[in-house]
Design a protein around this ligand. Structure first.
Ligand SMILES: Cc1cc2nc3c(=O)[nH]c(=O)nc-3n(C[C@H](O)[C@H](O)[C@H](O)COP(=O)(O)OP(=O)(O)OC[C@H]3O[C@@H](n4cnc5c(N)ncnc54)[C@H](O)[C@@H]3O)c2cc1C
Ligand SMILES: *[C@@H]1O[C@H](CO)[C@@H](O)[C@H](O)[C@H]1NC(C)=O
Ligand SMILES: *[C@@H]1O[C@H](CO)[C@@H](O)[C@H](O)[C@H]1NC(C)=O
Ligand SMILES: *[C@@H]1O[C@H](CO)[C@@H](O)[C@H](O)[C@H]1NC(C)=O
Ligand SMILES: *[C@@H]1O[C@H](CO)[C@@H](O)[C@H](O)[C@H]1NC(C)=O
Ligand SMILES: *[C@@H]1O[C@H](CO)[C@@H](O)[C@H](O)[C@H]1NC(C)=O
Ligand SMILES: *[C@@H]1O[C@H](CO)[C@@H](O)[C@H](O)[C@H]1NC(C)=O
Ligand SMILES: *[C@@H]1O[C@H](CO)[C@@H](O)[C@H](O)[C@H]1NC(C)=O
Length: 594
């Protein structure tokens, strides 16, 4: 095993010999003056022109004094606190054997990670190349702060969020909004920043006949959530229900029946970057309402209340399939058969996930609301028959079950590692590892063109591991592309292919860099088949190396998003990696580069 110190050294060597580190670019310029001291008016409500081109980060002379922090803290519902990386108590001088043991035991638990203010689900986003705090390694290794913010506000009221944004604005502080830390680019963290932590901002109410704040009845039942609630929104019980998931899109295995998360938002409360609270809906601030649903968190403000359309519970007929292909030809043939079947499966009402691995393993985890055996066998069963007939394909699992509701399916297959049938989803979603991802949306016409479908099959042969997510079509396709800011590619897509690469903290940098490159490169054939702006990636499953991220994330919607962003956030208070308006800033959005 490499020691933390030698890893640190190899990072230094690699980055000084080769190219500059991927992240972050720290400000080495002189300390920017704060707005409060330079602007003629120190009022938080009147945006003054920024005096410097950089935001103020911890450690600079412009950073508020302990006394200033204390005064600010007394105005909030909870005291502010210093944020530490999760491995803090595993290293001197803060080493604590009991705490460190418990940290190490919990590190892979995503619920535990979501509860740690300084943790991301994928710990690589807590680190910079020069500053890390691994939970592994020796207690004598340094614990660096990395990308973990310096100070946090435990926000549980709208006023907390407003005061924190106003304070950050006056002092020109770098600010980040963090909920559960599931972001695949670590967008809830940023070095030297003030964190507004919305994880404890919870509330949950149900109404049978929702009325907009403006008074109009919506005519549907609704569920109101605080951003920190963790419900079965993502493919794991720990993704936040009212933060990055709906603001960036939010897909689910039942999206083709009910729509995307962002499509189901009836109304939301947002604290705008200037501290103003608004309620956005089709009848109130419609531009911001459009932008916030798919524009990505937290670019248009901090959501403090979000109302979802509620849907009746239906029983689900579920199919589980696993096969192993003995040769590359058998794998490609299996994929060709599946790709050709997918549009008809979508039309028949099926949706699901299709994990693949090593150019040999292929599985289906499929659902049919209100389905039954006769119909299921006549539709998905036809594909399974065809798969069985492919020479070199061995079927490991072919099972069906009916669940009374989505919740039962979710608990059995995503949360409970014992009840799981076929592909073990619970085995791949542990936190605490380094992880890189990439995705691309696959439109229906690719599946309908045998040659293009074959290109996809060949491409998947060389991808080490990934999950095709057949979460498009149905209601998602029936929703107009102008409905919200989601990439219009979502409306033509049947599948969202996502690939992964993982490592642990002690993996050598060169291996990590090669893995990250491979993750991005493996989707190049898909990007070529459907280039932007018609094609795109899912911004919540982003590829850090994706070319032209504004087009990749939003296609033709980007220009309108940028206009709204500039009106709502002219000074760039809420910027994140690959976020709206982040072009022209460094990789940590601390300094303007042009
Ligand atoms: C294991 C795992 C499984 C996943 N499964 C799915 C899935 O099935 N479907 C899917 O669509 N996605 C899935 N995702 C991606 C997930 O939707 C995104 O990572 C999402 O952004 C997480 O939002 P969060 O608020 O929980 O996390 P965070 O990382 O805390 O926040 C994500 C982003 O939203 C911003 N944000 C957080 N709270 C707020 C707020 N209150 N107001 C404004 N902005 C806010 C943050 O600043 C950050 O930029 C998965 C991710 C992981 C790690
Ligand atoms: C910890 O330090 C000891 C003594 O220097 C060394 O032998 C060991 O390999 C280190 N362990 C790790 C995990 O770095
Ligand atoms: C944050 O606030 C919640 C809700 O009041 C509380 O349970 C939790 O202990 C607080 N955490 C910190 C670190 O202040
Ligand atoms: C894929 O290959 C890896 C490495 O050989 C192995 O550990 C893993 O079990 C394989 N996956 C499947 C599903 O066979
Ligand atoms: C099975 O499902 C199909 C499609 O929804 C439906 O048309 C059919 O009536 C159902 N059959 C039974 C026995 O429920
Ligand atoms: C499904 O159909 C196939 C023939 O296409 C048949 O062999 C099989 O028994 C059927 N399964 C069920 C569960 O009806
Ligand atoms: C699924 O994976 C989890 C985590 O690795 C493991 O504990 C569990 O035993 C696996 N379940 C099955 C049925 O193999
Ligand atoms: C805050 O920004 C919104 C949106 O741009 C604007 O309507 C509002 O007037 C601003 N409020 C203040 C106090 O500047």
């Amino acid at each position: 095993m490499l020691s933390r110190i030698s890893l640190f050294l190899s990072l230094l060597v690699v980055s000084s010999l080769a190219k500059p580190p991927a992240r972050p670019v720290y400000s080495t310029t002189s300390c920017p003056e704060s707005r409060a001291s330079s602007a003629s008016s120190a009022s938080s409500a009147v945006p003054a022109a920024p005096s410097g081109t950089c935001k103020c980060t911890a450690g600079q002379p412009c950073w508020p004094s302990a006394k200033d922090w204390d005064t600010f803290s007394k105005t909030l519902s909870h005291s502010i606190f210093d944020v530490h990386p999760p491995g803090y108590y595993c290293h001197d001088p803060h080493f604590n054997a009991a705490l460190c043991n418990s940290i190490q035991a919990n590190s892979g638990n995503s619920i535990w990670r979501a509860d740690q203010p300084g943790a991301e689900q994928s710990d690589n986003w807590e680190f910079t190349p020069f500053s890390q705090c691994s939970i592994l390694g020796n207690r004598t290794d340094a614990c660096g702060q990395g990308r973990v913010p310096a100070v946090a506000v435990n926000a549980t009221t709208v006023a907390d969020v407003q005061k924190a944004l106003a304070f950050a604005f006056q002092r020109n502080l770098k600010v980040h909004i963090k909920n559960t830390g599931h972001d695949f680019l670590g967008r809830g963290l940023g070095p030297g920043s003030l964190m507004i932590w919305t994880h404890h901002f919870t509330s949950l109410t149900f109404v049978t006949n929702f009325k907009y704040k403006t008074g109009q009845p919506a005519g549907v039942p609704a569920i109101t959530v605080g951003p920190g609630n963790q419900v079965e929104s993502g493919a794991l019980g720990s993704v936040g229900a009212g933060g990055g998931w709906p603001l960036g899109g939010g897909h689910n295995i039942i999206s083709p029946h009910l729509g995307l998360g962002a499509d189901n938002v009836l109304e939301l409360d947002l604290v705008l970057p200037n501290g103003t609270l608004i309620t956005a809906s089709p009848n109130s601030h419609p531009d911001i309402f459009w932008a916030a649903r798919g524009g990505g968190g937290p670019s248009f403000g901090v959501s403090t209340r979000l109302v979802y359309k509620a849907h009746p519970i239906t029983p689900l007929y579920a199919s589980f399939f696993e096969a192993l292909a003995a040769t590359p030809a058998a794998f490609v043939s299996l994929l060709d058969t599946y790709h050709a079947a997918l549009p008809a499966l979508a039309d028949a009402g099926w949706s699901g996930y299709y994990p693949f691995e090593n150019g040999s393993y292929f599985a289906l985890m499929y659902l049919l609301p209100n389905g039954n055996t006769t119909y299921g066998n006549a539709t998905l069963g036809t594909f399974i028959q065809a798969a069985r007939a492919i020479p070199g394909v061995t079927v490991k699992t072919d099972a069906t079950t009916t669940y009374p509701d989505y919740q039962s399916w979710f608990v059995a297959n995503i949360l409970d590692p014992v009840a799981v049938v076929g592909f073990n989803y619970t085995g791949i979603v542990g936190g605490g590892l380094g992880l890189d991802t990439a995705s691309w949306l696959l439109p229906r016409d690719l599946f309908e063109d045998p040659q293009k479908a074959h290109v996809m099959s060949e491409a998947l042969l060389t991808v080490p591991a990934g999950i095709g997510q057949h979460v498009g079509g149905g209601v998602v396709s029936a929703t107009p592309p102008t409905f919200n800011a989601m990439h219009p590619a979502w409306r033509t897509a049947l599948s969202d292919i996502s690939v992964f690469g993982g490592w642990n903290d002690l993996t050598p940098t060169s291996t990590i860099q090669a893995t990250r490159r491979q993750v991005s490169d493996s989707l190049e054939p898909f990007r070529k088949l459907t280039p932007g702006p018609a094609g795109g990636q899912y911004l919540n499953e982003p590829d850090i190396f994706v070319p032209d991220y504004t087009i990749a994330n939003w296609g033709t919607n980007y220009l309108r998003l940028l206009e709204i962003k500039e009106a709502v956030d002219p000074t760039g208070q809420l910027l994140v990696v690959q976020g709206v308006g982040a072009v022209g800033w460094d990789e940590e959005q601390i300094c303007r580069t042009k």
